[in-house]
Design a protein around this ligand. Structure first.
Ligand code: SF4
Ligand code: SF4
Length: 247
């Protein structure tokens, strides 16, 4: 199904059938009140606030298009197939569209309700399921993320990453794009102390959620935040995660 066909199907109730076998759970029950979708008056004012629409330029990757898709999926007039799921997967959940919407559509609530509904009904390809499980098993844990970056650091130390950079233009497009995404050089390992006292008289106390991905992959941001204590007389402390989530 092309993007145009998806949006037409979503809008006019036509049912796509090519991937009908992929829906493993049926359409009902729904994930949102049918009236929640009706609040969208299709004005398109949210388009300019949506990063995925600005990047891809396709209606199905706009807030309005996704609202159509969700409404049609819930109503059972659109098959839950790979194309429809991809358009909803690509939503960043940033809610930029909500601030631009004159109708007050609660887009964030809709997409948050739609996602588990889709997960319960749509069986993703094996490779995708593996990648998603791997990401969930690694990204929320700082220690595991550091461990995952270790081979890259070794490759950088022996000069292999620099060689990849030089050969980048000769790589297949898929790998060229991945090589392009590698930070050069790899950021140093950040060690964030539990507490950083304010310089001078303390005026406020800020807790930093150093979280999972940002600390090992973008330590400069964490350091810059803490560096601002000199200007703001602010004491920073690291927010501890619950013991069960640490690794
Ligand atoms: S701005 Fe609001 S009402 Fe207009 S198309 Fe976007 S979501 Fe719908
Ligand atoms: S949440 Fe963000 S990415 Fe998703 S539709 Fe709204 S503006 Fe676009």
């Amino acid at each position: 199904m092309t993007d145009g066909e998806i949006v037409r199907a979503a809008t006019h109730g036509a049912i796509g059938s090519r991937d009908a076998g992929r829906d493993v759970g049926g359409a009902a029950p729904g994930f949102a009140a049918a009236t929640a979708f009706l609040e969208c008056v299709h004005c398109g004012l949210c388009h300019s606030a949506c990063p995925t629409y600005l990047e891809l330029g396709t209606e199905a990757d706009s807030p309005r298009g996704r609202i159509h898709l969700m409404a049609a999926l819930q109503a059972g007039t659109l098959t839950l197939d790979a194309a429809a799921v991809r358009h909803l997967d690509l939503c960043l959940g940033c809610r930029g569209c909500e601030t631009a919407c004159p109708s007050g559509v609660q887009y964030g609530s809709l997409i948050e309700a739609a996602r588990p509904w889709i997960e319960a009904r749509y069986r993703r390809p094996l490779a995708t399921r593996f990648r998603r499980r791997l990401a969930l098993a690694v990204l929320p844990y700082r220690a595991r993320l550091r461990l995952a970056l270790a081979p890259l650091r070794l490759l950088e130390r022996v000069g292999a990453l620099a060689a990849v950079g030089r050969l980048q233009s000769r790589l297949p497009a898929r790998w060229r794009y991945r090589a392009h995404l590698l930070p050069k050089p790899l950021p140093p390992v950040a060690v964030v102390p539990i507490a950083t006292p304010a310089r001078g008289a303390e005026r406020m106390h800020v807790q930093l959620l150093v979280g999972c991905v940002i600390s090992p992959s973008m330590p400069a941001i964490v350091r810059r935040r803490r560096g601002s204590r000199a200007r703001t007389s602010t004491r920073f402390s690291r927010r501890r995660r619950r013991r069960s989530r640490s690794s």
